[in-house]
Design a protein around this ligand. Sequence first.
Ligand code: ING
Length: 311
Amino acid sequence: MSRIITVGAAQLGAIQRAEDRLSVVERMLALMENAHRKGVNLIVFPELALTTFFPRWYMEDQDEVDTWFESAMPSNETQPLFEAAKRHGMGFHLGYAEKIQENGETHRYNTAIIVDKAGNIVGKYRKIHLPGHDEFDPKRTFQHLEKRYFEIGNLGFNVWRSMGGILGMCICNDRRWPETFRCLGLQGVEMVVLGYNTPTTNSQSNESPHLRWFHNLLSMQAAAYQNSTWVVGVAKAGNEDGNELMGGTSIISPNGEIVAQCHTTGDELVVADCDLDDCNFGKQTVFDFKRHRRIEHYGRITSQTGVTLPE
Ligand code: ING
């Protein structure tokens, strides 16, 4: 028997600083229409999909910072996405900047949600591995201020039973940390959906763009293989106000193979039939965690944050 989810990886091209959410949502609705014509059951949008990648800009005025955040989800601007989900019978993943009141305090997270075919939010994740820095760094060719604008996610790494399988989420830099996917793998995850905004160049070195492209795919393909899960990684790509973001949006099988990949840096949809039963063999053999893992030797992974060098 097979449990197929027809997945649409919906890459977004550049969103300029001056572009408003309504025009971005229009672009996303067009991708959903295209996906519907192709029989897509789940469409995956990028990280921070509604706006330009604003952590590249140094801001001191909190009111200005807050213009990049959503105070409600759905909001007036994003409600059409939820309606399209119901109209098309299509679930979606959306990354956005979340501003929320909790226990009488305001909190701000880099967040992603999974919405089902009925338009209900079934899962939420808040980014745990925040890259970059929290103060203006004149040594960098451009800023990456996620540690300034977001709090560390407080929901942990979770999975949800939806669309006939076990789905998980992470966000961008999380994909570079194997702990992310092992925490999901230990919950039986069969498909991890994630968005990313990855500059094509390194603000601190002359690292080549082809190496950045390699690291993006290496991280996701290794994660898929080592946890026998599908991984869907979706870029916000293109040139945003002079800043290049890489594409490379990919749908990756539990064997670590790329089964579909975008080839532009614009708005582009790639589709694949993802059989969740393709996860079974790896989970029952080479990555049968119960049979093969030796947690009595892994203590450092959770007891130690940084490196302890030998004498
Ligand atoms: N972006 C980048 C990412 O992890 C980065 C930041 C790039 C970190 C390359 C390290 C190396 O893809 C986000 N938004 O996390």
